[in-house]
Design a protein around this ligand. Structure first.
Ligand SMILES: NC(=O)c1ccc[n+]([C@@H]2O[C@H](COP(=O)([O-])OP(=O)(O)OC[C@H]3O[C@@H](n4cnc5c(N)ncnc54)[C@H](O)[C@@H]3O)[C@@H](O)[C@H]2O)c1
Ligand SMILES: O=C(O)[C@H](O)[C@@H](O)[C@H](O)[C@H](O)CO
Length: 260
């Protein structure tokens, strides 16, 4: 493959890339020739994800990683650099949902801390190790890097009884904009992807609820829930040279939901 979307020789890390949206991203990158390193906590899901890409054309590696633990993130980065020698792109996609929603006045300290530890601190940890590496490479003359966070429409809408989740995702949009400005001189772009309603483990429960489907589906102009594979195009674009001048953006991928 050649041209502006050619990813051969590139290396991308995808956190939470062993299922759902992260796996959709990893598979599309891999099919475009990119080597992918999946960072996840579940060994069986890691192995299944790697098997799904065994035929290439890109290479695949998996690392154990709990993004909320900075030590675990550093270990995963070290292992990735040992295997591939470089990291060109970092998709900080791992996250947890709000689970059983509850009124703000009943929100517990533990729920609040856990949400921020994963969805926001986790991105801080992985973006920092990636940005340090990309900055070092830039100073050595190789100016290229991609930071991509999986945010949410919850960062834009008022999502009642899910304010802790919404808070982490709004913070990711701001984090990406700030990093876009700070790291542009190193050839590093930073962008957020804001998925609408996408089929995954996170949403399996709510999408099995007929009342929810009857309420939401008529508000999705595409008349379907999104699939993880719907994130392949944006991932390849963001990872490629084609997006070199496209930074600090929030990409809404929602079948038209926000426009309706
Ligand atoms: N599905 C949707 O409708 C939707 C909508 C908007 C945003 N999102 C976001 O998309 C991202 C991916 O979610 P998904 O829908 O694919 O669900 P998912 O549950 O399939 O994927 C989330 C992944 O993150 C992993 N993860 C959670 N905590 C982790 C940790 N501490 N360390 C490492 N990995 C961890 C999970 O194990 C899982 O593999 C999340 O950030 C989510 O908030 C999803
Ligand atoms: O739109 C999103 O970002 C996600 O789908 C969330 O809304 C979760 O599903 C929710 O946190 C579960 O309670």
């Amino acid at each position: 493959m050649s041209g502006i979307f050619d990813l051969s020789g590139r290396v991308a890390v995808i956190t939470g890339g062993n299922g759902g949206i992260g796996l959709g991203i990893a598979q599309a990158l891999n099919a475009a020739g990119c080597n992918v390193s999946i960072w996840g906590r579940n060994a069986e899901k890691n192995a299944n994800a790697a098997a799904s890409m065994a035929a290439g054309p890109g290479k695949v590696a998996t690392e154990f990683c709990d993004v909320s633990d900075p030590g675990s993130v550093k270990t995963a980065m070290k292992a990735t650099l040992e295997k591939f020698g470089r990291v060109d792109g970092c998709f900080a996609n791992a996250g947890i949902g709000g689970g059983g929603r509850r009124a703000f006045i009943d929100r517990t300290e533990e729920e609040w801390r856990r949400m921020f530890a994963t969805n926001l601190d986790g991105v801080f940890h992985v973006f920092q190790v990636a940005a340090r590496h990309m900055t070092e490479r830039s100073e050595a003359g190789d100016r290229f890097g991609r930071l991509v966070a999986t945010s949410s429409l919850a960062s834009l809408f008022g999502t009642a009884r899910n304010e802790h989740y919404a808070g982490t995702k709004a913070a990711l949009n701001a984090l990406c904009r700030a990093l876009a400005v700070e790291l542009a001189r190193h050839g590093v772009t930073a962008n957020a992807i804001l998925p609408g309603w996408i089929k995954s483990d996170m949403t399996a429960g709510i999408m099995a609820n007929d009342k929810f489907v009857a309420n939401v589906m008529p508000r999705i102009p595409a008349r379907r829930f999104g699939e993880p594979s719907d994130f392949g195009g944006i991932a390849v674009y963001l990872m490629s040279k084609a997006s070199s001048y496209h930074t600090a953006d929030c990409f809404v991928i929602d079948g038209g939901y926000t426009a309706f």
